[in-house]
Structure formats: structure tokens, C-alpha cells
Design a protein around this ligand. Structure first.
Ligand code: BDP
Length: 713
């Protein structure tokens, strides 16, 4: 098992308890050539052959004669059903992409509001059977929100920014690859978890994606995804009109300039000629050196609306990223004081100024995909603007697929957070679903970054995060552990020992990672310069990104209060602002996010900050050691290939967690001069310090901070 089929293996179920007789054929109601209903029928055929060793014929299009559907699987749209059978079925209300699944009658009904919904229903049915669940069900399922997209940060040269699963499946050498088989496989995976859109290129976008050759290539990508109901969109470079492309070169990219408006209108029309169902655009502007409207003293909303207006006649959506910040003015050595403030600062005054087909895509926290962040206050600030939450499946700051970190529990801390807007219950998940502020659009986008590796993401266990993302984007209220267990049964079968071990490891993995990396809201103490991997607490201060710990000999933490600090706490609605303003009401796990305190400050738990650091790092690394032994208990219960590859990763994680533990505890031990009450820090019996090594065939290299490699103070 290479992992290529992920959770869609359709492995045989040993003792199926099928309560009805097996279906005799599949009737595809919709005749669209190569459309989602066609794919649904093909999948049903493939799935039942794999799961039950039962071969079915597909009949399509059907000319129905009453009575001949007994023991068929009927799959198609509600409208086509009504057409065929001369009357609408009596089922609950469905919205776009929703479906009805009924296995209680003689025929199995899988009916979608649209073709995509029918495909989703077919996958739900198959994923139920694949888990050995043959119970009778009759239910309707509707998505929480219309936007359930993934983002890929693929560059045209085939590299992937923050991708850890190999090269791009879309691009190579500046253009679209010839063989799109993996794209089709990816579409299948995405459809099976309800994803309906994808941005295929990096947010740090290259204008040459718009060349005629590449538009044709995008057309081929869109043709490949279309049967799976996945609509393709692209990320744009704001300065494209000045990039000397075939559409005419302008000397400005000012969003209010009539020539610029015409330029984008033409480009958009050209794209829609080749991709009539293009999902839309994603734009990162005025952030990390990217061009944007502010260059011309225009607002972010004016910049966003330029694209939204061009897309509007075609039904496209503009996703505009809230990740806007100016790092520094290095020449003047003026560093931003607190990057957490940036999003609300930049969007102040712009609520309600965005076009109706524009959606502001907001990272879950105010900084950048850290191991723990409070919910971005922008979710509560924008009330007359549609919003979506941005998550990261690729584990940029979270171990880069070398560490097992199951992410849905982290995402839930934000989705389930109550912003108390207008003193009223305002869960982030209800805001992004559009329910709380009555917005027509909304949803989620996740940076996924799969690559050509057979495991897609670089490691087998990390696929639970992609699966979990899809399930949560469909139903934000679903439970991370339930999702996980479905994924385990689908990926590894239903052996109870396998289920128990992977559940246990995965559910303790994010808390463990937080423990051995950065606690109490201090952020993930990785190298901040570029790699975002491995411990480097020193780089977390005196950098130009406003991402600081403010650690000195006595104190640590960012004071983000209104009374003394950067004022960030005041960006929340009043009840939440008051909670974070005060140390006594700030939860321990965000203490250092909001407050600058002595290392000896006592937590609600009774520990001091510094002793908590020590204890947590030891506890986290201890937990990571158990992943290896828990996994070893599964030898023979998981196929050899995936067993060995996963063991390799977990062994690495166990070792790296110790590197993390020692580097961080030594660093804060040295800086604070406060001893560990259990006298562990600095006493690492098996550790070999750099100064006691003799090198053969290696060259010395300066490690920063030295604590990661050396015990010399
Ligand atoms: C940061 C990544 C960087 C991205 C940026 C973004 O380090 O590679 O370009 O976010 O989201 O987390 O735009």
C-alpha cells in the first residue's frame, strides 16, 4: 500500500452485515457526459466491487419503466429524478451541493440538489460501507457554507512553497504538466470530502500564469477537475498589467485606472472563454513584499473590487486575503510593533465596502498558523462583508509532516470560539458560514500543498488532516475524534487495536507538539527566518516580522493589553477584550500571547511560568516517545509498507521532540537563571554535546541558538 488511494481504498469488508439484498444495478439519472453523476456511477461500481466483491452494471441514461428499479441504486439530481419518475421525491430541503441518501427502500436513493451533490451522496454511501457499516439510513445532508476550497502554493517551476510531499502535480518548467493523472486522482479525493474549489497556484503569484499557453493549461486542469465538481481558480499578482504580457503592457497597476480595469476585464473574459465555470481569484496584496492597491493610495477594498467586478458577470468569486502586513521599513530600521494588530488595522473602515462577490479570507489566528493563537478579531470586525477562515493542512510551523500533529482539535479552538459580538453568541463557525451576520457567501479555505509523492502530503498519518479539513468544512460542528476514527477505519481497516492506537496517538499529538515547542501562547518557537522548522527561540526576538517573545532575564511575553501594551486585546468585542485585558481572566494557554510577566508568575494551574515550560517540554517529549511504542504494537496489523514508513517518521519525531525539549528548556534556563525544580534541565544523560564530538567527513557549522547543540554557556 503506497498511500496513493488515501481513504478511498475500498478494501474488502470481511463480514458484511448487509441488511438488504445486494443491489442489482446502478441507474445514473443524469445524462451529462463525464459529469459528476457519471463519476458517481463509476465510483459506486468500483466501490461495491472492492468492498463487497459485487459487480454491478451501470445503466445510463435511463428510460424508466415503473417497477423496474427494485434493488437498483438510483443516483442523480432531484430535478432529474422528478423528470424521470414524474414527481419530486418527498425529502427534506436541500441547498446547493446537498444530497439525500436513503437505503431503507427497495431501491437505494442518492439524490443531489445538483450533480455535485449526487456525487457527494455516492461517496458518503461508499465511505459508510467501506467502514463495514451496512445499517439502513435515510437522511439529507447540506453543507454549512458554499465555499469549501483548498489552496495550493504551487509555483510554475514545479516547486511548492511550504510543500513537503514532493513536486507540483500541476506545473513544471513554467507551464502546466502534460500528464494530469494525479490531478484527476486529487479531484477524486477532494470530491469525496465535499471540496468544491481549488486555487492551483501560489498566493505569491507569478503573472506569467496568464500567458496564452498557461491559460490553455489551466483549461486542461479545469477539464480534469470538472467531472469531480471541483472548480478551478487562480491566485493573481496585483501588478500583472505591468508584467509585459501579451495583453498589452501598462505603466501602472492602479486599480482605479480605466486602462487597468479594461486590462483585467479582458484577461478575465479570456480565462472564462477557456474555463467557463472558473471558481474565481485569490489575491494576496500589500503583504510580504507583494504589490497591491496601497502602492497607489487606494484602499484594500478598491483593490479587491477591481477583480470582483471583472468576475461578477461570470459568477466568479474573489477571495481577498486578510493576511496583509508590512514587515518593516528596513532602511529606516523601523520595525512593526505588533503584527497581530495588522489585519484589523488594515481593514479598519472597509467593512461593507467590498463587492457582494468578494470574500475576505482570514487566517485562523492574527499571526500565522501558530501552534496556538486566539481567533483573529477580524472575524468579528467584518459584519457587512463575507468572510472565510483560512487553515493550513500542510504543517508549515507544525513539524512539516515529520511530526504527527492531528490538527482539527486546534482548528476547533477557533471555529468554536465565541466572539460575543453585540453581547450575542457569535461563534466563529457561524460567522464564516454566513449565519451570524446574514452573509450570502462564506466558508473555508485550507492550504494543502499535496505533491507528487505517493503519500500526497509526505507522510501517511498527515492525511487525516486533509480528510478532517473536508469534513469540518462541510459541517463545522462535527467532532474531531469522530472524524479521525472514520479516517482510520477507511485508511487502515477496522481492527480495534489499530483504531485505538492511532486515535490515542493522534488525539494527543497536537497537545504534545504544543508542549515540546511553545507553551502558554508564546507561539511555536521555530526558526522564524525562513524554514519554520526546528527550535530557534532566539530568532523570535529582534526580527523584522513583529513576531516576538520579548524574553529577557526576568520576564517574557507580549503585552497586548490596551492599558499597557500594543492594544491588540482591544480589537475584540468588549466582553472578549475584557477577558484578555486581565491576567486573571486570560486562559493559561494564551497568557504569554497577551501579557508580559515574570518567569515566576503563577498560573491558574499553580505552577510558575518557567516551571511550566520545563514540565511541559518534558511531558511533550515523553508523549512523543510513546508514539513509537504504540505504533510498534501494530506490527503485522498494518501492511508492511505503511508500517515501516510511518515507524521511520515517528522515530524521527521522538528524537526531534528531545532536541526541541532540550533546546528550549536550556535556552530559558540560561536566560532566566532559574533552576528546574526537578533538576532535569541541563542534565541530559544520553545527550552528546557538539563540543565533545570528533568529526570525520563533516565540517563545523555555527548552530543558532547554540543551546540546540551545545551545553557550553
Ligand atoms: C507564511 C508563509 C509564506 C506565505 C505566507 C502567506 O511562511 O510562505 O507566503 O504565509 O500566507 O506563513 O502568504
Amino acid at each position: 500500500e503506497t498511500g496513493i488511494n488515501a481513504w478511498l481504498r475500498y478494501a474488502p469488508v470481511s463480514t458484511p452485515k448487509f441488511s438488504q439484498s445486494l443491489p442489482s444495478n446502478i441507474i445514473a439519472l443524469n445524462a451529462t457526459a463525464n459529469g459528476p453523476v457519471h463519476i458517481a456511477a463509476v465510483e459506486l461500481q468500483k466501490g461495491l466491487a472492492g468492498i463487497l466483491d459485487h459487480n454491478l452494471t451501470v445503466i445510463y441514461p435511463v428510460s424508466y419503466q415503473p417497477g423496474n428499479t427494485t434493488s437498483s441504486i438510483l443516483v442523480g439530481t432531484v430535478a432529474e429524478y422528478a423528470n424521470t419518475f414524474g414527481g419530486a421525491p418527498h425529502i427534506p430541503r436541500l441547498v446547493d451541493d446537498g444530497f439525500w441518501l436513503n437505503t431503507t427502500g427497495s431501491a437505494i436513493q442518492i439524490l443531489g440538489h445538483n450533480e455535485r451533490g449526487a456525487l457527494y451522496g455516492a461517496f458518503q454511501y461508499l465511505l459508510m460501507l467501506a467502514q463495514g457499516n451496512f445499517s439502513n439510513v435515510a437522511y439529507a445532508s447540506n453543507p454549512d457554507a458554499p465555499i469549501r476550497w483548498v489552496n495550493q502554493w504551487d509555483n510554475l517551476d514545479g516547486s511548492i512553497e511550504r510543500g513537503y510531499g514532493g513536486r507540483s502535480i500541476f506545473f513544471t518548467n513554467g507551464t502546466v504538466v502534460n500528464n494530469l493523472n494525479r490531478v484527476s486522482e486529487y479531484g477524486r479525493l477532494l470530491a469525496s470530502i465535499g471540496i468544491n474549489g481549488i486555487i492551483v497556484n501560489n498566493v505569491n503569484a507569478n503573472a506569467s500564469l496568464l500567458s496564452p499557453e498557461n491559460v490553455e493549461g489551466l483549461g486542461r486542469i479545469a477539464d480534469t477537475f470538472r467531472p469531480y465538481g471541483v472548480q478551478v481558480g487562480i491566485a493573481l499578482n496585483f501588478a500583472s498589467p505591468t508584467a509585459n504580457l501579451t495583453y498589452g503592457n501598462l505603466s501602472t497597476f492602479d486599480p482605479l485606472d480605466p486602462d487597468v480595469i479594461t486590462w483585467w476585464t479582458n484577461v478575465t473574459d479570456t480565462l472564462y472563454e477557456r474555463v467557463p465555470d472558473m471558481a474565481g481569484y485569490l489575491v494576496k496584496a500589500n503583504s510580504e513584499g507583494q504589490p497591491g492597491p496601497i502602492t497607489y493610495n487606494r484602499t484594500l477594498a478598491q483593490g479587491a473590487n477591481l477583480f470582483a467586478n471583472a468576475l461578477q458577470p461570470h459568477g466568479g468569486i474573489l477571495m481577498f486575503r486578510a493576511f496583509v502586513y508590512d514587515s518593516v521599513n528596513l532602511n529606516e530600521s523601523v520595525w512593526i510593533e505588533d503584527r497581530a494588530n495588522a489585519a484589523v488595522d488594515f481593514f479598519t473602515g472597509l467593512d461593507g465596502k467590498f463587492a457582494e462577490n468578494a470574500v475576505v479570507q482570514i487566517k485562523y489566528g492574527p499571526i500565522d498558523f501558530q501552534v496556538r493563537e486566539p481567533a483573529s478579531p477580524l472575524f468579528a470586525y467584518l459584519r457587512n462583508t463575507s468572510t472565510a477562515i483560512e487553515l493550513e493542512v500542510t504543517q508549515e510551523y507544525l513539524g512539516q509532516q515529520c511530526h504527527l500533529v492531528y490538527l482539527p482539535p486546534l482548528w476547533k479552538t477557533v471555529l468554536d470560539f465565541d466572539m460575543r459580538a453585540n453581547h450575542t453568541k457569535s461563534l466563529v463557525r457561524d460567522i464564516v458560514a454566513g449565519r451570524r451576520f446574514n452573509r450570502p457567501l462564506g466558508g473555508a479555505a485550507a492550504v494543502v500543498n499535496v505533491g507528487t509523492n505517493d503519500t500526497w502530503l509526505g507522510s501517511h498519518l498527515s492525511m487525516s488532516n486533509l480528510y478532517g479539513y473536508g469534513r469540518l468544512a462541510w459541517d463545522f460542528a462535527s467532532d474531531p475524534e469522530d472524524i479521525l476514527q472514520d479516517w482510520i477505519r477507511l485508511t487502515f481497516g477496522s481492527d480495534p487495536a489499530v483504531l485505538a492506537a492511532i486515535t490515542n496517538m493522534s488525539m494527543s499529538s497536537w497537545p504534545a507538539y504544543e508542549n515540546y515547542t511553545g507553551n502558554l501562547g508564546i507561539q511555536t518557537l521555530t526558526d522564524i527566518l525562513y524554514t519554520h522548522f526546528g527550535p530557534n527561540p532566539q530568532s523570535q526576538d529582534n526580527n523584522p516580522w513583529g513576531q516576538w517573545t520579548r524574553a529577557d532575564h526576568k520576564t517574557i511575553g507580549m503585552d497586548r493589553t490596551v492599558s499597557n501594551g500594543t492594544g491588540f486585546a482591544g480589537q475584540y468585542p468588549v466582553e472578549v477584550a475584557a477577558m484578555y485585558e486581565n491576567i486573571s481572566t486570560t486562559p493559561d494557554n494564551l497568557l504569554l500571547w497577551f501579557h508580559h510577566v515574570n518567569y515566576t508568575q503563577q498560573l491558574h494551574s499553580g505552577e510558575t511560568v518557567i516551571q511550566h515550560f520545563y514540565n511541559a517540554h518534558y511531558a511533550g517529549a515523553d508523549t512523543a516517545q510513546t508514539f513509537v511504542t504504540q505504533w510498534e504494537g501494530l506490527e503485522g496489523k498494518v501492511d508492511e509498507e505503511r508500517y515501516n514508513e510511518t515507524l521511520f517518521r515517528l522515530t524521527y519525531q521522538a528524537g526531534h521532540s528531545i532536541v526541541w525539549r532540550d533546546a528550549i528548556t536550556n535556552f530559558y534556563h540560561n536566560i532566566s537563571g532559574i533552576a528546574d525544580s526537578q533538576n532535569r534541565v541541563g542534565n541530559h544523560p544520553w545527550r552528546v554535546e557538539a563540543e565533545s564530538m570528533t568529526l570525520q567527513g563533516y565540517e563545523p557549522y555555527t548552530v543558532s541558538p547554540f543551546e540546540a547543540a551545545s551545553n557550553v554557556t
